[in-house]
Write a protein of this length. Structure first.
Length: 270
C-alpha cells in the first residue's frame, strides 16, 4: 500500500475575506492545504463567500462579525464538524475569535487572539483576560487522546528571536511581558510550537506590516502559530510559510503558515 501523503494544516490571517478572495482561491488551488484556519474575515455571517470556496473543493464553517474579527475553518473535500463557537468563561464576550471543529481526523481550534493595542488600557486588559480564558480551555485539550491543533493569529511575538528588531516594538502589546508569559504558559502545559520545533533557531516570519517597506526588507514578525497537543506532536513532518502570497498585489499583511502532519490512523471497526 502506498504511503499516505502528510496532512497539511494552515493558518492565514486574511485581513478581509471578501477583499482577498482572489488571493485565497489562488492559494487554495496552488497549495491545496487539507485544513485551513482563517482569521480577520471582517464580514458578517451572511457575507461569507461560501459559494466560491465550495467551488474550490472546500467545506467550511465560519463565525463572522461585521467589519472586525471573524474566524473560519475550511476542509478540503469534507465538511468540518463544528464542536465549539466562542471560548467559555465570559458569556458577555460577543467578539468572533474562536471556532473549533473536527476535520480529517483532527480537532482543530481556530483563534484570533486580541491585539491589545494601545496598551496599557482596556484593549490590553481584554487581551489578557481572553488569553487567560484560552489558557484554561487549552489545558483541557493538551492531554486529549484525540490529536488537536490550535492554529491562528496569536498576536504574540514569543521571543526577541521572532522579530526583525524588537527595539521599535517594545511598547507594542505583542511584545509585552504579560503577553509573552501567557504564551510561555501555553507551551508549559505541553503544547508544541510546531514552527519553532521544525526550524529550531532559524528566524522565520509570518507577518510584515504595510509600513516602511518592511516586506521588501524582510522586517517581519512571527505571530501566527500552530500548537500541537501531546497526541499530535510526534506526527510533525514539515512546516513552512507560503511567502509568495504576501508578495501578491494588495495582499494581507500575513502569509499563510502551515504544518505537515502524519495522518491519524483510522480505528478498526468491529
Amino acid at each position: 500500500m502506498p504511503a499516505r501523503k502528510p496532512l497539511r494544516v494552515a493558518t492565514f490571517n486574511i485581513n478581509g475575506v471578501r477583499t482577498r478572495l482572489a488571493a485565497l482561491l489562488a492559494w487554495l488551488e496552488r497549495e491545496a492545504p487539507d485544513i485551513v484556519c482563517l482569521q480577520e474575515l471582517k464580514a458578517p455571517d451572511e457575507a461569507f463567500p461560501v459559494g466560491p470556496i465550495r467551488d474550490a473543493g472546500y467545506g467550511a464553517i465560519w463565525h463572522g462579525q461585521r467589519s472586525w474579527n471573524g474566524v473560519a475553518i475550511l476542509a478540503r473535500g469534507a465538511d468540518p464538524l463544528e464542536s465549539r463557537r466562542g471560548l467559555p468563561g465570559d458569556p458577555k464576550d460577543t467578539q468572533s475569535r474562536y471556532l473549533e471543529a473536527a476535520a480529517h481526523g483532527l480537532v482543530v481550534g481556530c483563534l484570533y487572539l486580541p491585539n491589545g493595542n494601545p496598551q496599557p488600557g482596556p484593549k490590553f486588559d481584554y487581551k489578557l483576560a481572553w488569553f487567560d480564558r484560552f489558557l484554561a480551555y487549552a489545558g483541557d485539550l493538551v492531554d486529549s487522546e484525540h490529536p488537536v491543533v490550535l492554529a491562528g493569529d496569536y498576536n504574540v511575538v514569543p521571543t526577541d528571536e521572532d522579530i526583525y528588531n524588537p527595539r521599535s516594538w517594545r511598547k507594542d502589546a505583542l511584545l509585552q511581558p504579560e503577553s509573552r508569559e501567557r504564551y510561555a504558559d501555553l507551551l508549559a502545559q505541553g503544547w508544541t510550537d510546531a514552527l519553532r520545533r521544525h526550524f529550531g533557531e532559524e528566524r522565520i516570519y509570518t507577518f510584515w506590516d504595510y509600513f516602511r517597506q518592511h516586506w521588501e526588507r524582510n522586517s517581519g514578525l512571527r505571530i501566527d502559530h500552530l500548537l500541537l497537543n501531546r497526541a499530535l506532536a510526534p506526527q510533525l513532518k514539515d512546516a513552512g510559510v507560503d511567502r509568495w502570497v504576501r508578495a501578491m498585489p494588495h495582499p494581507s499583511d500575513h502569509a499563510p503558515t502551515w504544518v505537515a502532519l502524519g495522518r491519524p490512523r483510522r480505528r478498526a471497526s468491529g
